[in-house]
Structure formats: C-alpha cells, structure tokens
Design a protein around this ligand. Structure first.
Ligand code: MOS
Length: 760
C-alpha cells in the first residue's frame, strides 16, 4: 500500500494545459480488461430517464421554496455608458418590493477581478445595472420600470471588424486587439514561397448563442449560518468558489446543488452575478431568493461562441501540404479570454511548417463563454475548408490528402506520442458509409434540374483525456444498493448512467442496484463537467472506489457466511460461493448497521503521452441553386474516443453534436444592430436553432477501442468532438456540389446566392 502523497499533474482542458497539485493514494488499477462485460459497453437507457420525462426530476427552475422572493435584473439599454445617477425610490416604495441593489448602495464585492458587481461604466446592452427583490415576478418586473437611471452615453463598437479597424473607439487602455497566443514550427513563409500551389483565403464565423433549454439561474437559501444555492451549473464547486470569494464565507458554509440541469454547452462552466444577487437577498431578507434569467436576458448576458475573422494561407507541393499560416481574431465582447481557433491548425496534421496567431478583440457586446469545443468549431470550419481548397488546386482527392498527414503517432505540437490514435480508421469507416467512391470533382446532379449534390468530409481533433483532481466514494445501503457519490454534474450527457454502469460492472451488480448522487458540493470533489473530461476524470476513480467497497463487502460476507473470502465473489448483486447464492441484503442485514464504504482517486495521466480524441465527419448535401438553400441529406459521424461505456447515450451525444453543428453551419447567427448595440434576435423566434424537422439522417460509428494508456477505464470524452467537424464537412460538400466556396458560417441562403453570383 502506498500512503497519501502530493503530485503535480499537467492536463489539457479545452485546448489549454493546466497544472494541478493533486493528492493521490495507493496504486491505480490496471487497465480494465476488454471484457466480457455484463453492463459496461452495453446499451442502457438513462437510469434517470423516467424522472426526467415525468417531470419528477427537480431542475433549478423547479426549486420553489416557501416565502421565496423573486429577483429581477435591470440591464443596460446602451452598449456603453456611464451610470451617473440612480433613483430607486419609486421602486422601493412599491408594495411587495423587498430591496433594490445598484452601484450606489451595493456592498463592495469582488467579482472576476473587478471590485464591484455593478460597473460605473456599463459596457454592453444587457450589462447589469440594478437588481430588485420582490414578493412575486410581476412586482419585480414593475419595479424595474420604476428605477430611474441617468446614463452618459460613450462611443461604442460592437462589430469585430469595426473594432480592429483604425479609428474605432478604444475600449481597453491598450487598445481593442489583444494577443491570445501564437505557435510556430518550421518556416511557413519559406514554404509558401517555394510551393507548387497556394491558397490565401479569409473565413468568417458568426456569433452563436447556446440556448440551453434551461436558462441560467440560481435559488439561494440562508439559515443564518449556512448558504444553500441551487444553480443550473456545470460546476457546483466552481460556483461555491466564486460565492466564497464574493460573499467572504467559509466554503464549508456554502452548499451548491445541481441535481438535474437542462443543458449548458459550456456557458454554465463560468459563474455569473445572478447567484450573488440571490445569495445577497437571501442573507439580507432571511427569505429564499430566486434569480432566473429570461430567454431574452440569456441571449444578451449569458455567453456566446464568439464571431471570428480568420485568414489562412496554405502551401502544397508534391501532393502534400507543406505549410499553414493561420491568423484569427475573435470577438470576445467583454470577455477576458478567448478560445483559440488556431488549436486544430497546430495539432491536427503533421504539416512541417506552421505559423499561427490568435487575437482577442474587445467590443461592447456580451462576453463570450465556452461553447462546446470553443475555438475548435470555428477553427476547424476554416482550416478544413481551406484544406479542401488546396486539395482542389493541387488536383488531389481531399480525403487522400488528409490521409497523408493524419497517420503520425506523434503529436506535432508537443512531440509526445499519442496514447492511442485511430484517425485513419475513422476515415475508412466514414468513406465506406457515405460512399466516398461515388464523389465526383465538380459535384453531381441533384434531384431536380436546379439542384446540385455534393459530398464532403472533415477531420476532428480535441482533448477529452480528463485527469485529476477527481474523487469518488461508494457505499452500500443495508438493502444492498451501492451508492456512488461524485462531485461532477450530469449536464444532460448521461453521466449518471455511465457512472452507474462503471460501478455495477466493477462490483458485480445489476444497473438498478446502483444509485448515483452527483451535483452536490457535499460529495467528494469532482471537476466541472466541461471540456469533455467528465467521464474520463471520474470514471477511473469510480472504478477504484467500487473495487474497495466490493473487497470490504466480500470480507464482511466471508465473516457472516463463515467462509474464506477467496471462496466467494459477487455476481449480479448476490454472493456466489459453493453454496446457494446469497442476496447482498441478507449479508448486510446480518450486520448491525455496518457502513461498507470504499473511496477512489483519479490518478494522474502519463505525462509522456498526448491524450486526444479523433474523428471524421462525412456529409452529403443538395443545394438549390435558385434559392441558395442547403439540404443536408446525410451525415456520417465516426469517432475515436477510447472505450464506449454506453453505446446508446454515446450515439445520442453524437447526434446532438451534429445537429448543433448544423445550426452553426446553416442558420444560427446573433444579429447586433451596430448603431444601437442591441441584439436584434435575442429570442428563439428569430434566432434559428435546428429542430427535429431539420435533422438529417445521422449515421454514428465508433472505433470503440479502449485507450489503455490514457486511464484505467480506457474511456475519453465525447461531449465536444461531434460538434467539431460537421460544419466543415457540410461546407466541403456544398463546394463540391456548386463549385464555389461559401466562406462564412452560417452558410445562409443569401451567402450561398452571393457565392454563386461571384460576390466577393
Ligand atoms: Mo464545455 S464548452 O467545456 O462545456
């Protein structure tokens, strides 16, 4: 046995490397066998499916407490203004209003590096100006209209390309454009000079809004000593940390809960001010307080995938890509970071000469936030479109060109070997499923004279290896049910089901003998459920905890049954020995309330290996050349993410990712009025997310090979990979169909018609 010890671990999260100081103990388990398994690797419907569809599952929106006040937020109608004066007296005088907070009366609160939650200078339409607590929502809403604010308007800019142009209002002391990372290998300039063929192209992507079904929000309750907060969040520990700093409370006196949530897609990894308002009012009034954003607020002030402007230069010689130069600007709004769109350029292919540069651009718009594979969706759209453009110039089949650069077993960015890479296999499977051999340069006839048909594909790389810190405990109820406790969230991906499967398999239980408790800061620590890390982080710890609980249970059973421990094992929830099978409840029932408990730790990843996920999407489309409409007929999505714990929920992740990607590719686009700085479509009527009616045939395939070197479960993440390559695959299919390139996502009918008409 090895005692507890502190180790450093370096792991990837959303394209960036983070170092953690983590506590581990004992030895990691050897890699899980290939099988045969009774639960893992099998299709299981969600263990909480019935709760979800019958409405018994309690989401943050459903938390209604006796005496609760409703908190509504007054938001700036101007993109940039100084708040000169606030008169809230008429609001405060309204019957049922319990308090108003604004910058002239709020306590000093540190929030994301700023000293206040209400800025003197509001910086986007939707920025927080005041918060009202009232007995009911109507009163809260009426009170907002009674607050008088004097604004001094300041020059603003909301558009990315206007913000980087000369003469734009300077929003930050050092200008609007900020270095957000660069990368270089080889000599791209020289390779571009010496190339047989080059492309020099500009791509654009529009701002995408998450539109999770459940909007952001929190409910807070204060008992005079302890604060309990229900929040729709991807990170209960992240929320607790923020509240601890903002409210200067001990973390032990804050409990954050998120048992069920209606989606997050990255926007709920961060923390927001509404939880602070709810907590402040709960503490002041001694009544529970609820602050839930409306859909309109959600689409102003709860994050977005930033618009990008990207320039790419590619060089090709002798049928290979010899160089890529990629420069990217991202509209971060008021955000203080960006997701780097040049990530895939730096890592996807073994191209010898690469030069990339990313910039973050400040504008008077809502902050970007993480959005399902942030950066990589935008970057892959541009990179993989440009690779096709180069292939066409070189007269090489685009899949053949990719095959030449995708075989390497070494990560070209870090020079570490991949723990496992099966990208070529993804190509083979996808090409067969879509019928790549029927693809013709110049496209194919469509289903009517004005329709053209095309086929395209694109590749995917992403992290998702997970890592420490992550801890789990497993204990048995006296009826034999195993209870897993983990501090992660199930953001809709099926984490609860996968964790139950891992525990059931490890102990020898049926799935219905396992209960999973998650989304609670009173569980052992778990990471934010983002970056596709959840299962790869927590799964290996759940295996260890289950193993320890099982071994202790077997020792207990040996004592009760008066046999040697080596003569018994657990199978399908019972003790199996030479004698008759004994249900677990019979063993545990013979003990006086024994708690049989095991704990598990996520051990660090091997630091000599690069742990990545890979995939490829293939698309078949028809384009109506009269209307510009793109009809996606079929998507084949092939993914290499290690072991598939549940093929049913995994396929559902892929389908959801593809549909969300089609929104990005075809219809989703935040529209901001440049003069007023207002979002013109902050609703689900004019902001077009795909519906079930828009979903094409989606064929899902997995390589399904355990990544034994990555972690003891052999599983990697799948949340984000399926949204990464679909837009580029569609763009390439469209270009194949109509012979011209649409270089702006979403590829709306107008943009398709402009491309057909040769509008630059
Ligand atoms: Mo994600 S964008 O890490 O939830």
């Amino acid at each position: 046995m090895r005692g507890p010890r502190v180790v450093k671990s370096r792991d990837e999260f959303e394209g960036e490397i983070y170092e953690t100081t983590t506590l581990v103990e004992g030895r990691d388990l050897p890699a899980m066998a290939d099988g045969p398994f009774t639960v893992v690797g099998k299709e299981h419907v969600r263990v909480d499916g019935v709760q979800r569809v019958t409405g018994r599952a309690v989401y943050t929106h459903d938390v209604l407490l006796v005496g609760m006040v409703h908190v509504h937020v007054l938001r700036s109608p101007y993109p940039r203004a100084r708040v000169r004066r606030i008169d809230a007296s008429r609001a405060e005088a309204l019957a049922g209003v319990r308090g108003v907070l604004h910058r002239f009366n709020a306590p000093e609160i540190e929030f994301r590096g700023e000293k206040t939650i209400f800025r003197e200078e509001v910086r986007f339409v939707g920025d927080d100006v005041a918060a009202v607590a009232a007995d009911n929502v109507d009163t809260a809403e009426r009170a907002l209209n009674l607050i008088e604010v004097d604004y001094e308007l300041l020059p603003h800019v909301v558009d990315l390309e206007e913000a980087i142009a000369d003469g734009a209002p300077k929003l930050d002391a050092d200008g609007n454009v900020h270095d957000a990372g660069s990368f270089k290998r080889g000599d791209a300039r020289k390779a571009l000079r010496d190339a047989d063929a080059t492309v020099d192209v500009t791509y654009r992507t529009s701002t995408q809004l998450h539109n999770a079904l459940e909007t952001h929000g929190a409910v807070a309750q204060w008992d005079g000593e302890r604060l309990t907060v229900w929040e729709s969040t991807q990170s209960v520990f992240g929320v607790r940390n923020m509240l601890k700093d903002a409210l200067k409370l001990d973390p032990a006196n804050i409990r954050v809960l998120c048992e069920y949530m209606g989606g997050g897609f990255g926007a709920k990894l961060g923390t927001y001010k509404y939880a602070v308002y709810a907590s402040l009012f709960a503490m002041r009034l001694g009544r529970p307080a609820r602050c839930i954003l409306t859909r309109h607020e959600e689409n102003l002030a709860a994050g977005n995938r930033s618009a990008t402007l990207q320039t790419l230069k590619l060089a090709g010689s002798d049928g290979r890509i010899t160089a890529i130069e990629h420069t990217s600007w991202s509209n971060a709004g008021q955000g203080r970071w960006i997701a780097n769109p040049t990530g895939p350029t730096n890592t996807l292919y073994d191209v010898p000469n690469v030069r990339s540069q990313a910039y973050r651009v400040t504008t008077n718009a809502g902050s970007l936030s993480a959005f399902r594979a942030p950066g990589y969706v935008e970057g892959t759209f541009a990179l993989e479109s440009a690779v096709d453009e180069l292939a066409e110039k070189m007269g090489v089949d685009p899949l053949t060109l990719r095959r030449r650069h995708a075989a390497s077993a070494v990560d070209p960015r870090t020079n570490k070997r991949y723990s496992l890479k099966r990208l070529l296999e993804c190509y083979t499977i996808g090409a067969r499923e879509i019928g790549w051999s029927k693809r013709r340069t110049g496209g194919m006839r469509g289903s009517s004279p004005h329709r053209r048909r095309g086929i395209g594909m694109a590749s995917q790389i992403w992290g998702g290896g997970g890592g420490p810190p992550a801890y789990a405990s497993v204990h048995f109820e006296t009826d034999g049910t195993a209870v897993v406790r983990v501090g992660v969230q199930d953001i809709g991906t099926g984490t609860r089901t996968a964790v139950a499967q891992v525990c059931a398999e490890e102990i020898g239980l049926d799935l219905d003998q396992v209960a999973v408790r998650l989304g609670d800061t009173e569980a052992p620590y778990g990471p934010g459920s983002g970056g596709s890390v959840t299962l790869a982080s927590i799964g290996p710890a759940v295996r260890l905890a289950s193993r320890e609980a099982r071994d202790r249970l077997l020792a207990a059973a040996a004592g009760v049954l008066e046999v040697r421990q080596s003569e018994i094992r657990i199978e399908r929830g019972g003790i199996v020995s030479k004698g008759p099978r004994v249900p677990l409840r019979d063993v545990l029932g013979k003990l006086d309330n024994a708690t049989v408990i095991g704990s598990g730790i996520r051990h660090p990843n091997p630091d000599t290996l690069s742990i990545k996920t890979f995939g490829a999407h293939f698309a078949q489309v028809e384009v109506d050349t009269r209307t510009g409409e793109i009809f996606v007929e079929k998507i084949v999505a092939v993914h290499d993410v290690g072991r598939i714990v549940n093929p049913l929920t995994a396929a559902s992740q892929v389908k959801g990712g593809v549909v969300q990607a089609l929104g990005f590719a075809l219809s989703e686009e935040r529209v901001v009025d440049r003069a007023l700085g207002r979002v013109m479509n902050a609703n689900l009527e004019w902001y077009k997310i795909p519906t079930a009616m828009d979903a094409p045939e989606i064929v899902v395939r997995f390589v399904d090979r355990p990544d034994r070197k990555a972690n003891n479960l052999g599983a990697k993440g799948l949340g984000e990979p399926p949204i990464i390559p679909a837009a580029a695959a569609v763009a390439n299919a469209v270009a194949n169909a109509i012979g011209v390139r649409v270089r702006h996502a979403p590829m709306t009918r107008a943009r398709v018609l402009e491309a057909l008409a040769g509008v630059p």
